[in-house]
Design a protein around this ligand. Structure first.
Ligand code: COS
Length: 379
């Protein structure tokens, strides 16, 4: 970490501990999302970190952004996720939007006044995203959308949605991407999901019933929606990976603190070699994941997103978060399983990191496809 990153994460850590941490246990139990908390992070400059200053962003690097997300996730995985999905929406607008679209939608998102969301998945189209069925029929002056999107992070609280819908034939080439905003006629919110974790981050269905979207809300051109989605996901996967590092680091910190304080058989349990080996392995995996996240983030900063590295970082860091949080609960024993300590919350929050923005099995598919291409190019 350079001096700027040290300063950024240290002041962000203080803010999260003072403003967010005191609410987390209650809000997790009640499933409460607080917009003012998200907006508070916006005032801190982290809701549009990698966007250009001309659109209200902070103009910082992905490496800085990953350290910031890691820091927020140490207090709250769900608020870090709200930021990462909103930031992915902004990146899509910045990379694929025209001047007018950027000027219209980016400032409210970068400032954190509003939230952005990404709508690709459908009930039958999760991993096989190119099989999505929501239709966008061309009409005079725009498109009419019909269909239902599932498991949408920030559904209902976001104002700007990037929605993938079918304008052409079957497969990836028939998909287009649209900007849809809260309140458009024919756009409503369906079922709010009850989840194992991420309880302070709303997840909801989006329902489109003859929803008219004007031509000016089409991103790029017809048939480019799948590339838009995949390009966004490369960045999103690195962000999820950095959140996983924060989640694992918090569990590790809690486990060490507890193991040093807890006495059994007349000594701190930390002094048992069995626990030392566990804790050393946890720390090793967290550090290895962090290095991989930074490597993937560097490829984004260099303007050459390395999809293979992005998927590797997502796979490694989220599997680490699941393992480390589970081990932390084990080290705390009986109390680790109760809400008296936060490790059980972090364990529940870790699980879906292995599923969102492409399951970890899909990450292996992406990695293997790249390896085959690299091999064939050199054969
Ligand atoms: N960046 C930009 N474009 C990409 C890309 C990337 N990282 N990866 C693929 N594409 C493009 C391809 O180049 C291809 O376009 P062209 O034909 O113009 O070259 C198009 O997208 C289709 O690619 P492909 O044939 O590889 O698509 P598949 O249907 O085989 O799907 C996987 C590939 C499985 C990798 C993809 O469907 C996927 O990532 N699934 C998981 C979806 C997901 O993450 N869902 C979570 C939603 S958010 S919680």
């Amino acid at each position: 970490m350079n001096d700027f990153q040290k300063e950024l994460t240290s002041s962000l850590e203080k803010y999260c501990e003072a403003a967010i941490e005191p609410h987390m246990e209650h809000d997790d139990a009640e499933g409460t999302f607080r917009l003012e908390m998200f907006q508070g992070l916006g005032e801190y400059g982290v809701t549009g970190m990698t966007q250009p200053e001309e659109y209200g962003g902070a103009g910082l690097s992905y490496q800085d952004y990953c350290y910031a997300l890691e820091t927020i996730a140490k207090t709250s995985v769900p608020y870090a996720v709200t930021i990462s999905v909103s930031s992915m929406t902004q990146t899509i607008l910045k990379e694929f939007g025209n001047q007018k679209q950027k000027e219209t939608y980016l400032p409210a998102l970068t400032s954190g006044q509003e939230i952005g969301a990404f709508a690709l998945s459908e009930s039958h189209a999760g991993s096989d995203a190119a099989s999505l069925k929501t239709t966008a029929k061309k009409v005079d002056g725009g498109y009419v959308l019909n269909g239902t999107k599932m498991w949408i992070t920030s559904g209902g609280v976001a104002k700007t949605y990037i929605v993938m819908a079918r304008t052409g034939g079957a497969g990836a080439k028939g998909v287009s991407a649209f900007i849809v905003t809260d309140g458009m006629a024919g756009f409503s919110y369906g079922k709010a999901e009850k989840k194992m974790g991420w309880k302070t981050s709303p997840t909801r269905e989006l329902v489109f019933e003859n929803c008219f979207v004007p031509d000016e809300n089409l991103l790029l051109e017809e048939g480019k929606g799948f590339n838009v989605a995949m390009g966004g996901l490369d960045r999103g996967r690195v962000a999820i990976a950095s959140i996983a590092v924060g989640c694992a680091q918090r569990a590790l910190d809690e486990a060490i603190r507890y193991a040093l304080g807890r006495q059994q058989f007349n000594q701190p349990i930390f002094d048992f070699q069995g626990l030392q080996f566990m804790i050393a392995d946890m720390a090793l995996e967290v550090e290895a994941s962090r290095l991989m996240v930074q490597q993937a983030a560097l490829s984004l900063d260099n303007g050459k997103p390395n999809s293979k590295l992005c998927s590797m970082a997502k796979l490694k860091a989220t599997d680490t978060a699941m393992k480390v949080t589970t081990d932390a609960v084990q080290i705390l024993g009986g109390v680790g399983y109760t809400s008296e300590y936060p490790v059980e919350r972090f364990m529940r929050d870790a699980k879906v990191l292995q599923i969102v923005e492409g399951t970890n099995q899909i990450q292996k598919v992406v990695i293997a496809r790249h390896l085959r291409k690299e091999y064939e190019a050199h054969a």
